[in-house]
Design a protein around this ligand. Sequence first.
Ligand code: GLC
Length: 713
Amino acid sequence: MSLKSIELLALMALIMLLTAWAEQKTKNVSESDKLIYQKVEDVLSRMTFEEKIGQMSQKVVNKIDEKIKQDIRDGKIGSILVTEKSFLTASVKNELQKIAIEESRMGIPIIFGHDVINGFKTIFPISLAQSCTWDTALVKECAAIAAKEASAFGIDWTFAPMVDVSRDARWGRIAECFGEDTYLNESFCAASVKGFQGNNVADEDRLVSCLKHFVGYGNALGGRDYQYTDISDRSMYEVYLPPYKAGVDAGALTVMSAFNDINGVPATANKKLLTSVLKEKWGFPGFVVSDWDAVEQLLNHGYAADSIDAAVKSFNAGVDMEMKSGIAYQLKPDYISAKVINDAVRRLLYVKLKKGLFNKPYTDESRASREVLTAEHRQMARKTAAESMVLLENKNQTLPIKNRSLTVAVVGSFAKEQNIMGWWKSFGDEKDVITTFQGLKNNAPSKVNVVDKITTLTDIIIACVGEEFDTFGEAHSRSDINLPGNQSDWIKQLKKYGKPIVTVVFNGRPLVLTPEKENSDALLLAWHPGTEGGNALADVIYGVKNPSGKLTTSFPSHSGHIPVFYNARNSGRPQSNTYIKELPTPLYPFGYGLSYTSFSYSDLKIISSQIDINGIVKVSAKITNTGNLAGTEVVQLYVRDLVGSTTRPIKELKGFKRLYLKAGETQEVKFDLPASELAVLNQDFEPIVEKGTFKIWIAANSIEGLEGSFEIK
Ligand code: GLC
């Protein structure tokens, strides 16, 4: 065969290979995405290196000045981070966007980002509180409302949901996650992503979501924010990564890399997690933004010699956009491969096109006046706040306060506190917040008289205590998680009046409430309930709403017991996993919460008690409302894998359902549990279903319930 024909054959083989590769690459790409990727390649092919670096840079903007406008003209700003103290209105956004579109060489729109965590103008309860509703549909709706409001002000992208599983109540940012359980964080992560992004993220009232902080940030040493984390591969794959996978599967378009060092490699330069796991193994199509200055902080970590080294390491690892420092501007083409830069810019352009920013870069300026802080948004905030509240004690049915001629004294540092919107209150305004005193006064039943001091006429005391908004959240960890200050003593002093004491706690984290348990007749967690907090409290205290909230974190009985969480693994001497003369038993366990009515569980049925590795175990029970008030019960499904190829938690949540029951009503609750949901991760962290015996519970919380068992044969 002549050389010519060999070359020809080789060329044909190469063309066939490339075609197959391209088809493979795009085989599961939708038609619309194919068009987007074509546009991406077109725009990318015309960009200079500096313009690519510009797209990879997010600028924090507190006020508009000529420098910002010139940076936009020069193509140096791919994204603007709007801080809550800043300037933003739709018209200002449009003014800046117009400069980007019409005065920069490439005309690439800016994506405007902001921390829309638990609301924008109408503020909902903090995320940890929202998780206590065990109501994913409600949380999804809250995210959708937040997106509607924020987008009306020109925001395109929120840095939420935060899904860092945390088992350490000292950590201030536990307030921002959905509790200590991975399954719950997965459930609420998917709900939030769908709420923010909707079915089409390009819709004008939707936001691009951002899964954060990737990954394991909640495992901070000693619960001290920003501290390094030592996370075994098993914990990484079983506890911390799954909520992110749930978010990617729900279509989240961005991920934020975390501050923490993970086993010696900072998250923001961790190629194994950012690229191998997130982008390659999971096929994440969006982009990774670093956390605030997290790239620069590689120097503090001792992982980069200088800021150029830090930038190169972060981008090589899989960060696509740097937040705040502008560190990327120092890069030169020969510092970093064109492939790394081009892949990052492809992802950035992909998300901007998915969001529709090229077709509709501007915000309709008429929306804000009619779509923000509306009556229905307030109503949703009120409903969510009431459903997030957790009744921990109610001795002698102190609550609800029904229509009796009572004088109610609403006292304590939180009685008239308006800053009950948590750490990330975005554009929420204290002046819009209904305080506890206002709520109880405005909604009082006719014969109830609400006053703000204790007198000889007082019949019942509402003692409002808690944590100020800046004692939790970012950079606000506490070593001792009792009520701050002398609030516990103050409550104890109230006993001298000889009146029933209803303690209402405005908390941002699990607290040690041992004294409150003893000194209160009723103990109610309000968390930081947001704009409608006072009205929601009135609904619960007056019995308009029967509390249904249940804890998604264990409340320790002593700060020294931390970490305390329900799904720990057993020890070889379970009887002796104690401290001298004390057990680390939680004061209030995961899944716990009282109602004004009562529920009984009966008739556990397991079909069948033997399934194969592809089978489904069907388990049911009857739940009866044995009280005289209608109420909602959060029914939980737990399992325990008695013997595995690795040690297993003593309990694992595998399902939950909210059940509304009228007084005296009985309903059957059913769970179908596929064996695949019981898979363990083998030594390669691949799921395998193992044969063996499982215990199963249908339960009201993590320490009690109807117990049965089944086999996987
Ligand atoms: C902060 C937080 C992160 C937030 C970002 C932008 O440092 O860690 O959660 O989204 O910076 O404000």
